[in-house]
Design a protein around this ligand. Structure first.
Ligand code: CP
Length: 308
């Protein structure tokens, strides 16, 4: 049985195979309606539980649609309406869900919840975001970069702002898929040291910059994320914004990168805060390809899980 929990926990060859599969399936579907089933329907007679303890637009729709395109069905569950971790342990929830469904995708707060779910489930578990990582998103991001610019190996990604869960998964991907990463942000928001160490242990160059212009210089891809992640306390907003303002991705900052540097944001974005409209809607932005590729990348992830 294969769980998809984090990018540094899946063999690098398997990540590459998943990306290849995602491109193959996307290509094969070209011209078909969004509701059309894939030719081999690998999830026929299977049910996937989609568990959300946090809000979601992209993850929810892309997993739900993806399962249907693969011939399966979903049960969408809201954490607030479940016993999960409150009146029933995560372990027992995992055991019970495993009797009803063939796969579990969970978006939750603490990584420990995901790990407990995976430990006690007898079906594959997929990480749909925790406070610590967001591996499905970064698979879609790598797929999107490669669609536009070819292999990501040997390239440099500049991450601007908060060294959050997205940044950690980008560092895992850097180590696994062979690209370098420069973090540009305030010291108090430096990325997870373990994720930095993982990328460096694989021979990747990870730079920590305090100057935003230095961070994007020479980058092939500039990425940022909201300044208030779903787990950040509302009262921290003013302080965080003040610290992060110098790292706003705007046209002046993009001009410090290369003319063909791409821009990505996992969305939802707070236009005018971490990124300006000019960049979001500009020619270097591939944010909506990135959003669409959640569907294709996650279908390949689910296929990898069930084929295991
Ligand atoms: N990027 C992302 O995970 O989007 P949602 O929060 O809408 O799922």
């Amino acid at each position: 049985m294969r769980h998809f929990l984090d990018l540094h926990k899946v063999p690098a060859d398997d990540l590459r195979a998943i990306l290849n599969q995602a491109v193959e399936t996307k290509t094969a579907r070209a011209g078909q309606g969004k509701g059309a089933c894939d030719a081999d329907a690998p999830l026929t007679d299977r049910v996937v539980a989609l568990v959300f303890e946090k809000p979601s637009t992209r993850t929810r729709v892309s997993f739900d649609l993806g399962v249907r395109q693969m011939g399966g069905e979903t049960v969408v569950l809201s954490g607030s309406e479940m016993h999960l971790g409150k009146s029933e342990s995560v372990a027992d929830t995992a055991r019970v869900l495993s009797r009803f469904v063939d796969m579990i995708m969970i978006r939750t707060f603490e990584d420990a919840t995901l790990l407990e779910m995976a430990e006690y489930a007898t079906v594959p578990v997929i990480n749909g975001l925790t406070d610590a990582s967001h591996p499905c998103q970064i698979m879609a991001d790598v797929m999107t970069f490669e669609e536009h610019r070819g292999p990501i190996a040997g390239k440099t990604v500049a991450w601007l702002g908060d060294g959050n869960n997205m940044c950690a998964s980008f560092l895992h991907a850097a180590g696994q898929l062979g690209f370098d990463l420069t973090f540009g942000g305030p010291e108090v928001m430096d990325p997870d040291p373990a994720a930095v160490e993982f990328a460096r242990s694989k021979g990747r160059n990870v730079r920590i910059e305090r100057d935003a212009a230095q961070a994007v210089a020479g980058a092939d891809l500039v990425v940022t994320d909201t300044w208030m992640s779903m787990h950040d306390a509302a009262e921290a907003r003013e302080k965080r914004h003040a610290l992060l303002q110098p790292y706003q991705v705007n046209a002046a900052l993009m001009a410090q990168a290369k003319p063909d540097t791409l821009f990505m944001h996992c969305l939802p974005a707070h236009r005018g805060e971490e990124v300006t409209d000019e960049v979001m809607d500009g020619p270097q932005s591939v944010i909506f390809d990135e959003a669409e590729n959640r569907l294709h990348a996650q279908k390949a992830i689910m296929r990898w899980c069930v084929e295991g």
